[in-house]
Write a protein that binds this ligand. Structure first.
Ligand code: NI
Length: 248
């Protein structure tokens, strides 16, 4: 199985070795959000065979601006995309500045033909309108929790949906949405240390918990856990063009 989006960083964990070894041969894609994270993501990728990374500047981290570092490391075999990038009108209302940084990073992804990991909060329409301009890019709408209609719109413009702990929450409407979406468009993620799935909601999240997300998807779609794990793994491999022969 592959956790397609998490933040296994020193600021959140004192036991990174333990968390990563618990994953065994399973893979994690750690996303950067600012200049400091991006450096740390690169180091983690080089230290652990089962860790891959994406580099990016998050819309709430616009004090960071080192796109040169991102560009210079995009040819690293363990860096599999740009993210997490996007728009966040909940925490930060400088919409124009956010859009500018988002577009710069999408252009960079296009230049190097790299997948992107998208954060969108209270900004669905603007995110969609911008992403529509990049049909060729493989796009992961991380932590998707919107409507069925919007999910279908995103899929039409070459997006997959990252599904995390929210689907396990008791009153989550995401279950009804995911029931209707073809498994080929779904990927598992934790967004660790955030959004811990049931039955551990409230505790610090970790990549191994994607198993609970997978179980919930299997239950909702009335298919086997094995099918969910197998197909979402294939999806993630294709999405991020993972090449295991080039592991360092
Ligand atoms: Ni995240």
């Amino acid at each position: 199985m592959i956790d397609t989006h998490c933040h296994i960083l020193k600021q959140y964990y004192h036991n990174i070795d333990e968390i990563i070894s618990k994953m065994g041969n399973n893979i994690m894609i750690v996303s950067g959000t600012n200049d400091q994270d991006n450096q740390e993501v690169l180091e983690l990728c080089h230290k652990y065979p089962n860790v891959y990374g994406t580099l990016g500047i998050h819309p709430t981290e616009l004090d960071s601006n080192n796109l040169e570092f991102i560009e210079n490391n995009l040819n690293d075999k363990k860096i599999v995309g740009i993210g997490e990038i996007g728009l966040d009108y909940h925490w930060n209302n400088d919409k124009e500045k956010q859009k500018e940084m988002f577009i710069k990073q999408l252009d960079l992804a296009l230049k190097y033909n790299k997948p992107v990991v998208i954060h969108s909060r209270d900004a669905t329409n603007d995110t969609y309108e911008i992403l529509k301009q990049y049909p060729r890019l493989n796009k992961d709408i991380h932590c998707y929790s919107g409507s069925l209609e919007m999910a279908k719109n995103f899929i039409k413009i070459n997006c997959r949906l990252g599904i995390g702990g929210v689907i396990t929450f008791k009153n989550s409407k995401l279950k009804d949405v995911i029931k209707e979406i073809d498994l080929n468009y779904l990927m598992l993620e934790t967004d660790s240390p955030f959004l811990t799935p049931e039955p551990y909601r409230g505790k610090t999240n970790e990549p191994y918990n994607i198993i609970y997300v997978a179980k919930k998807i299997a239950e909702v779609k009335n298919i086997s856990l094995e099918e969910v794990l197998e197909q979402t793994t294939l999806n993630a491999v294709e999405q991020f063009k993972l090449d295991f022969r080039s592991d360092k």
